[in-house]
Design a protein around this ligand. Sequence first.
Ligand code: FES
Ligand code: FES
Length: 151
Amino acid sequence: MKIELTVNGERREADVWGGESLLFALREQLGLSGSKNACEQGECGSCSVLLDGKLVCSCLVLAAQADGHHVRTVEGLAADGGLHPVQEAFVEAGAVQCGFCTPGLIMATVDLLDRVPSPTDDEIREALSGNLCRCTGYQKIFDAVKAVAGR
Ligand code: FES
Ligand code: FES
């Protein structure tokens, strides 16, 4: 089936099968490989995107469900050749190691700061609790979110 959706402000089309995930369509059909496929079970958050402004695991959303909707991925954050402030904060804090979890954590942070510009420590932990990282021990990620939230 053909779907039409807006991805990072751009109208896109894809030909998907009924059981195809939004994550698969983004990565394999639309060439947006920033969202990562780690578990495909909604457990790790590495595939997180904003669907009509709501944070979702794109591995759990059917591509067909995104028909006619707006999707924002990590590729849509950087503007004018510069990193998004959240991306900058992750780099500055050393919150990126292998980087596999990073796009999902960046999207979860963008979502948090859109909703709660000055989150408490608990709100940060809660917002990032759906995103798994096997490298950093989470402290530097937490530091990055604290830093950018204070700007
Ligand atoms: S790949 Fe979607 S939650 Fe892990
Ligand atoms: S930086 Fe490697 S999984 Fe998070």
